[in-house]
Every structure is written in C-alpha cells, then in structure tokens.
Design a protein. Structure first.
Length: 718
C-alpha cells in the first residue's frame, strides 16, 4: 500500500455550466448526480489502470480520471467515459497515474474541427506527467506545480471545463494539440465538485516547497549526460533549461534518469561552464532543507515483477525466466539450493548454486564444514516522513520480511570456525520506486541480500539440520526530541531433526535476509535504511551415537532470532546509527538416553548451580523483580567457585537472575582495575546455559549476564 499525504496535483477548472446544476443558498454545490447531465454518448469504460502495485489504506480518498478517446494529425481528444465519476471521484487516490497537464496559450482551433459544449477546444496543448500517486496531490496549487516542474512555468493541471465552444466553457471532454499515446487513465481536476484527491474526503494539509529546490524537468533530465555513482558530479548540456538560473546553495532533485538510475538529490556547490557542457558539483543535503512542509506515508508490496535483473546478483539473473512467471520471489530456492564450503585455513565461506560440479565436488575428506539449505522469502517496505517548517518531526522506514528456510550443516575434523557472509550473487535489486512530497520526488530502491552464517567447534563429526518459519517487521524510527530508536515485531517457528554426532560438537547456523532501502541510489553502499533479520539455530552434542536411536548420549538444540537495524543516511542524519533490536534465544529440545524430549524433559528443576571460573575480581548474583525494579542479592563470591540459587527461585512463574562482575585493582602504584568472569549454569545434572566469558582491563563493575528461569517448568532462557 502506498499512502502519501502532501504531494502533487492541481485543480483549475470550472464545472459551472454543465447542464442544470443547482447551487443551494449556502453556496455549497449540490452533489446530486441528476443535477449534472452526462452526455448521452459517453465512451465505454476502459479499465487496466497502471500503478506501482499499491493498496490504499483509505479508499474514501479518490480522484476523477479521464482517458484518451482519439488522436489524429497532432490533435488529441481526451475526456470522460462511463467509468468517470465527477461527483465523488472514480479512482483510489493510492493509484499511480499520470496528470493531464495543459499549456493554454490561446491558440485557435484547427480549421474544420467541429466543437460543441461536450467537445470543446482547449486552446492549447496537453502532455502527461510520469505516474504520480493521487494522494500526493494536496491542492490544485501543488498539482499545478507538478506540471510546471515537469514541462515549464506556463503549464498547469487540466480541468473538467477547459474545453470551449463559441467562447463558452463546456465540460466532459475536449480537444487539444498534443501527442499522447497511452492505455492508462489519468488524473484531471474538477473545480466545483469534491471529486479530487485533495478534497474527496475532507481537506489535506498542503505541501510547501522552497524556491531554492529545483526539480529536474523533462528537458533537464534529457540534458543530463552523466552522473557520478554518488551523484555528486553532474554533467549537463549547457543549453539545459535548469542551468539558466542555477547557483550555489540551491538544491537539485530528480526522479530516475538514464544517467542517474537511482535518482538525484544534492545541494549545489559550484556550476562550472565548459562550453558545450556544464559540470554541477553537489554535496549532501538533508530533506528538511529541501521541503518546508510535507508528509510521506507509504507501504510498498514487492514482487517479482518489480525486480531489476540487470542490477541483481548473477544467480538471480540466471533465474530471470522462472522468476517472471511467479508472483512472489523466492530468493535462492528455485531449482538448486545454495551450497557453502568453509575453508578453515583461509577462514572463508564460499557459496555457489549447489551443483555437483561446483563446491560440492571439492569437499575435502576431513577438516571441513559445509552449509546447505534454501530460503523462500517475501518482503514489503514502508516509509513515513513528516517535515514542518524545515524541521524533521518524524521519520521511519524499514522492511517486513516473511521467510521460510532450511539449514543443513555437516562438519568433520577437529577445529573451530566462525564466519558470516552476504550472498551478493543472490542479491535482488528492485526497480526504483518514486514517491512525491509536493513536486519533489523521493526515490527509493529496495534491495534484498540473503545472508548465511555458521560457527562451531568439533572433535570428530557432526550433522545437524533445522527448518524455520519467520515473519518480522524491522526498521528505524526518528522522533524530534527523542532521537533514533528501533522498530521490531516478529513471530517464528523452528523445528529440528535429531543431530548425529561422534565425539563432541557444537554448531550454530543461520539463513537470514538483509533488507535495504537505498535512497537516491541503487547501491548497497549508498544512503540507506537497513534491517537484518537472522533466525538461527544451535546444537550441542556429546558422546558417540545417532541421537534419538537408543544412544546413551545428550544433545540439546536452541533457536533464536537476532535482528539489527540501522541508518546510514546523510539525507536524514549526519551520523550512522545502528542497534540490535532483538536478541532472542530459547531451547527447542534435548535428546538424552536415546529419547527426544522438550527442554528439560518437562521436569521441574530440583538443582541449579552457577559455576564460576577464571574470575578476576568478585561476583555478585542478584534476583531481579521487574515489577518493583529492585534487585536482591542472593550470592557473592571472590574468585572461582559456585553459587547454589535453587532456593532463591520462585516456586512458580519466572525468576530473573542478574550476574555482575566486580572489578578489582591490581597491586602496585600503577595498578589497573580489571575484571574477568566465565560462568556456566548446571541444573538436574546437565549444563543448561554456558555463555561466552567476558573481561576487560581499565574498566569498572558491570552487569554481564541476565537469564530467566522457570523452576516449575524446567526452562531457562536468555
């Protein structure tokens, strides 16, 4: 869905003399359909509106549309058909349609052209803008600005009554000069009915754009010969109209062009005339300097029809014919699964399409870790901007990801590994999407990058596989006065097969998606908002056997989701902001004595001990009450040792345990404060939590671990 308050559209027309229209004494035009006489020969309705695959959040906002009826010898006949509704509007304001623009210069009608009230002469020429969302049209003034920005200062939005016959205004249709060839309907204004995107359901707050903001017109875009990748060096033909009044300090902004496929936005630093060409040097500029008052509110559904294959990864390009035949894209689950081989000498994870002639044929006989699987995904994007009086009040943007994946990990040898990788060969780059705040285009290129990661340690062999289903909405948000924060919501489901182990093994694997919204750029390195969701699974296995088949051994599986979001976006903020908005880890189940079971087998904890090693300084253990916000100390020790916390646990419900490391100063005049701690939690005869050790020098006391125990259910999460 795409909903944009404050945009572009114009209104100029006069409906006054259409039939016997009555005006009440209050001055409000009657909207009773019988008061506006339709011509008896209206053309049949023509559907097939072209838009950017959007759905309106509120279809009460609508606009009136016309279509091309006929064209010959440089004269076009445009007007209403049976689908046109000049009383309430006939098309959702969420639709992306061109505006019919008119330059009414008073030219006489062509010789021999028969005109009447319903088919008048508009005394000018018409053109169509590129598609614009109706809800961006916040007033006739803004709509006229769009036409003027695109075609020149004498252009405005065409209106229902622009056709004349015998010097009198008519309605419903008109003739004009022009060269329109389109199957699309287009926006037309009507000035005495509430049938426009800006007044069909109330009155919209109008957009205000400063005079220093220069939107590249149709001729300006044609005059742009070359743009650097970062958009900071622009080469124009010197006869480009934009250059006539362009000076340092002004802002140039453009929808995508051949020379700048991601669009343009920059503040002019210098204009250098080179004779037949002129170079314009620009620098970063925040949106709040480009727009005085304006809103943008958009939800975009993405599918395979919007993929730009020329800028996507090599594997996506190879799957182009298959992708075009389906409504949704499936990243790398087409005909072959991706296959990754870890090189433990170079500590690198290389991935290909899983063909037997690729990496699969080069797996060594020992000391390897392979990662196989597939990922199906669907993504949507969202963005909201609110600017008032050159001040950014609100900004949020991000992606919604729905995915399912399967990860299969095999390892053999005796070593450890840890690697994360962006699968750029499977990267999906979508065609730029253009929104508008007034006449200012905001250009966004969605990019999806599959990611894989694995880490672990083995002493012999390990086989492990897990299946996941995951859905999340992640992004970044800015509110004036409160700064940046993360957006997060998710749901997930994990299932795993029993692990096969010989010796000991520990492994973690994830298949994730990085969703990028690039602004005025088609590059993963340009200004962007990103969200990276990494659903992962872990396994720990001991002994020698196949789990679940009568072996007297133990293996436990864990699942979780980590999500990072951030903004590297000089158009909004001068600094990069990034945060982890979600770090969830929980137990799927354990297998012991050959029988699988949930968590701790569903048994209550009857023992629980915290075991500390490698301690430098002291350790404090607290029980935290989230209702009162207070912590009560339940254990304290100096150096290595154990703390039994069973009796401190709540009999039912959750208990939150916090562990702090207390720094101690080493001896000597120049001694430094230092702390170090390594903790493992054992319960009912097994290790249930073993986080990584932590330590530092020149630091002070800090909480280092927190976990939640449910004594009655026999579960521990962190």
């Amino acid at each position: 869905m795409k909903h944009l308050p404050l945009y572009i559209v114009g209104l100029t027309v006069l409906l006054s003399s259409c039939g016997n229209q009555s005006v009440p004494k209050s001055g409000v035009v009657s909207s009773t359909p019988t008061n506006l006489q339709r011509p008896g020969d209206l053309a049949p309705a023509k559907t097939g509106i072209k838009s950017n695959n959007v759905t309106n959040v509120n279809d009460t906002w609508r606009g009136m549309t016309w279509r091309l009826l006929d064209t010959r010898d440089g004269i076009v006949h445009v007007g209403a058909d049976q689908a046109t509704d000049p009383y309430r509007g006939d098309t959702s304001a969420a639709s992306d349609l061109p505006i019919l623009c008119l330059e009414q210069d008073g030219r006489p009608s062509p010789e021999g052209l028969a005109t009447n009230f319903y088919d008048g002469w508009a005394s000018g020429q018409v053109k169509l803008t590129p598609p614009i969302t109706g809800s961006a049209l916040t007033s006739q003034r803004i709509a006229d600005q769009v036409c003027a920005a695109e075609f020149g200062p004498q252009w405005r939005m065409a209106e229902f009554h622009d056709g004349q016959a015998n010097g009198e205004p008519g309605g419903w249709r008109f003739y004009a000069n022009g060269n329109i060839n389109t199957d699309s309907r287009f926006w037309v204004a009507i000035n005495d009915q509430n049938a426009n995107p800006w007044n069909s359901d109330g009155v919209r707050t109008d957009t205000v754009i400063p005079d220093s903001t220069k939107v590249l017109s149709e001729r300006d875009r044609a005059g742009l010969l070359q743009a650097s990748e970062d958009g900071r060096t622009l080469l124009f033909r010197s006869d480009t109209p934009l250059l006539a009044n362009l000076s340092a300090g002004m802002v140039v902004v453009s929808r995508p062009t051949d020379a700048a496929p991601g669009g343009l936005l920059g503040r002019v630093r210098a204009v250098l005339n080179n004779g037949e060409t002129t170079t314009v040097l620009t620098e970063d500029v925040p949106l709040e300097e480009v727009i005085q008052d304006g809103d943008l509110d958009a939800e975009i559904a993405l599918d395979s029809g919007a993929i730009d294959y020329s800028r996507s990864g090599s594997m996506i390009q190879a799957q182009q014919s298959r992708l075009q035949a389906q409504r949704t894209f499936k990243l790398f689950s087409f005909s072959k699964t991706p296959f990754c081989l870890y090189d433990h000498q170079n500590r690198d994870l290389d991935c290909d399409d899983g063909a037997s002639t690729g990496l699969k044929g080069r797996v060594p006989s020992t000391n390897y870790a392979t990662f196989d699987g597939n990922l199906n995904a669907q993504a949507n994007a969202f963005i909201n901007v609110k600017i008032r009086w050159f001040s950014l009040r609100h900004f949020d943007a991000g992606v919604e990801l729905t995915e399912s994946a399967k990860a299969i990990l095999d390892a053999k040898g005796s070593y450890t590994w840890n690697v994360n990788k962006d699968l750029n060969q499977w990267k999906i780059t979508f065609s730029p999407i253009v929104f508008f705040i007034g006449p200012v285009p905001v250009v966004i290129t969605p990019i999806l990058v599959p990611t894989v990661g694995t880490d672990g340690e083995i002493t012999a062999t390990l086989h492990y596989e897990v299946t996941q289903n995951f859905s999340g909405r992640y992004g970044t948000e800015y509110n004036k006065g409160n700064g940046w924060s993360g957006i997060k919501s998710h749901s997930s489901n994990f299932t795993q097969s029993p692990a096969t182990a010989n010796g000991t093994g520990r492994a973690s694997a994830y298949v994730g998606v990085k969703g990028i919204m690039a602004f005025y750029s088609s590059s993963v390195n340009g200004p962007q908002v990103f969200a990276h969701a990494k659903p992962f699974a872990e396994v720990e296995a001991k002994a020698s056997a196949v789990i679940g088949q009568g072996a007297q051994i133990e293996a436990c599986g864990y699942y979780g989701v980590r999500a990072d979001v951030g903004v590297a976006f000089p158009l909004i903020t001068s600094s990069t902001w990034q945060a982890r908005v979600l770090d969830l880890r929980d137990q799927i189940g354990c297998w012991g004595a050959g029988q699988p079971g949930p968590g701790n087998g569903g048994n209550a904890y009857n023992t629980m001990t915290l075991n500390f090693t490698s301690v430098q300084g002291d350790v404090e253990v607290n029980k935290y009450n989230p209702v009162t916000g207070t912590a009560t100390r339940i254990g304290y020790l100096g150096g290595d040792g154990s703390v039994d916390i069973l009796n401190a646990l709540n009999a039912t419900g959750d208990t939150i345990i916090q562990v702090s490391s207390i720094a101690k100063r080493s001896s000597g005049i120049f001694g430094n404060y230092r702390r170090n701690i390594d903790m493992a939690v054992s319960a009912n005869g097994r290790t249930v939590y073993d986080p990584s050790p932590t330590g530092c020098t020149g630091c002070h006391s800090a909480q280092v671990y927190q976990f939640t125990v449910n004594k009655a259910n026999g579960t521990l999460t962190w």
